[in-house]
Design a binder for this molecule. Structure first.
Ligand SMILES: C[S@@+](CC[C@H](N)C(=O)[O-])C[C@H]1O[C@@H](n2cnc3c(N)ncnc32)[C@H](O)[C@@H]1O
Length: 215
């Protein structure tokens, strides 16, 4: 997207205020259902000692849960710098600060920002990025074992809702847009990098796709 800063609108949407709101919700009610399902997929397969990479992790709630479940270390790679203070506070409260590394940047523009990890997660991220092939491809290439993603289902009502968000963004002169990329193409992008789809589910809005790399 850009070499040095997130596109206009990103920090208005993914802002300090959004970070505080997300943290409040997480502290009150834990993960949302989709996030919980993604974490549970990994817990069931065993996370003890695993390394985790969360791309676009926001406050980092998924990685905190995995660290509390025994994962060794987590790296969070974020485009928006606005989450950092809140994320650091949450990690401190969870007693895992020493095991979390937070980096800023765009995984597609600068894939070297993130090393490989046993498990790579992208929760509600693919819909915030125009180049799904580049993003899913880069995330897949960083996964030694698992890749777990959530993204919007391609339904008329969801596309309509996303269209309304994009209209508002255009009126506000933000560069930010939201995307309903074809789910089968997202899955195919991971499969082309040697990952096998092992679990898939759909809620009203979100689709979860979990992949494993053959040993
Ligand atoms: C809708 S938010 C989701 C945040 C968090 N995963 C959650 O579900 O609460 C999408 C996040 O993805 C980040 N993002 C989008 N594209 C990215 C990229 N190419 N590299 C790193 N972060 C990215 C955005 O900055 C934003 O914080």
């Amino acid at each position: 997207m850009s070499c040095c800063s997130p596109p206009r609108g990103y920090t208005s949407l993914f802002s300090k205020r959004a970070a505080r709101r997300d943290a409040k919700r997480y502290c009150r009610s834990g993960l949302d259902d989709t996030g919980e399902e993604m974490v549970e997929f990994l817990r069931e397969r065993g996370v003890e000692g695993a390394t985790v990479l969360e791309v676009g992790g926001g406050i980092g709630a998924l990685q905190l849960e995995l660290l509390k479940s025994g994962a060794a270390r987590a790296t969070n790679l974020e485009l928006s710098p606005e989450y950092e203070d809140v994320a650091a506070e949450l990690a401190r409260e969870a007693g895992v600060s020493e095991r979390v590394e937070r980096r800023l940047g765009d995984l597609v523009d600068d894939p070297g920002l993130a090393g490989e990890a046993d498990a790579v997660l992208m929760h509600r991220v693919v819909c915030c990025y125009p180049d799904y092939e580049g993003l899913v491809g880069a995330a897949s290439e960083r996964s030694r074992r698992f890749l777990v993603m959530s993204f919007p289902r391609s339904r008329a009502l969801i596309r309509l809702g996303m269209g309304a968000v994009n209209l508002a963004a255009r009126l506000l002169r933000w560069e930010y847009r939201t995307w309903v990329h074809p789910p089968e193409a997202i899955v195919a992008a991971a499969e082309r990098r040697g990952l096998t789809l092992v679990q898939e589910s759909r809620s009203r809005i979100w689709q979860v796709a979990a992949f494993e790399r053959a040993a």
